[in-house]
Design a protein around this ligand. Structure first.
Ligand SMILES: Nc1nc2c(c(=O)[nH]1)N[C@H]1C(S)=C(S)[C@@H](COP(=O)(O)O)O[C@H]1N2
Ligand SMILES: [Mo]
Length: 162
């Protein structure tokens, strides 16, 4: 279940079926076409925002994972046209090891902690998206040491020194 809340006219909680039912014009089948090496089907962020109707005061997009207490709050305008929500793989909910059931993804992210929109903002296990006027809670690592410590926790150490 993905909850969309904050400064929106119609807060919603979306199930897998709700995401799949979003208009076809917003669906992106097979993100590997856009991002080599990434799998799954996505819906564009704009398709989700259309459902909830953000207020004109909204400036920030909060991406929240309560599963591992990881949070990012990024300027909405910078990702509005390209942000993706990956939610399906082979017809099933995106598996946990791919960051599912819901993972935010910016196709052309910047290197980790180089700018506000970076790879670290590709939040996995997203269960809440919050639209806010001011920057919200964000605990992304902001230097090399804290970032390495975070990746060291990743199972198998698959993501090395980023
Ligand atoms: N929920 C959650 N999302 C997360 C993280 C995390 O620790 N927890 N790490 C972030 C960081 S720092 C990076 S660089 C990318 C790595 O994504 P990948 O493992 O798919 O390569 O995921 C981001 N999303
Ligand atoms: Mo990162």
């Amino acid at each position: 279940m993905l909850t969309i809340a904050g400064e929106v006219a119609h807060p919603r909680s979306l199930t897998f079926a709700d995401l799949a039912a979003i208009d076809a014009t917003y669906q992106v089948a097979d993100v590997s076409q856009l991002v080599p090496g990434r799998k799954g089907d996505a819906v564009r962020l704009t398709g989700i925002l259309k459902l909830v109707q953000p207020r004109s005061s909204v400036k920030y997009l909060g991406l929240h994972s309560s599963a591992d207490d990881f949070h990012a709050s990024i300027p909405l305008a910078a990702v509005l046209d390209r942000g993706l929500v990956i939610y399906r793989l082979d017809g099933q909910p995106l598996p946990d090891k791919a960051g599912g059931p819901v993972r935010f993804f910016i196709p052309d992210f910047a290197a980790c902690h180089t700018q506000e929109i970076d790879e670290c903002a590709n939040v996995k296990f997203v269960d809440r998206i919050e639209l806010t006027a001011e920057k919200g809670f964000d605990n992304r690592p902001h230097d090399g040491a804290s970032h390495e410590a975070l990746h060291a926790k990743d199972a198998g150490g698959a993501s090395e020194n980023r």
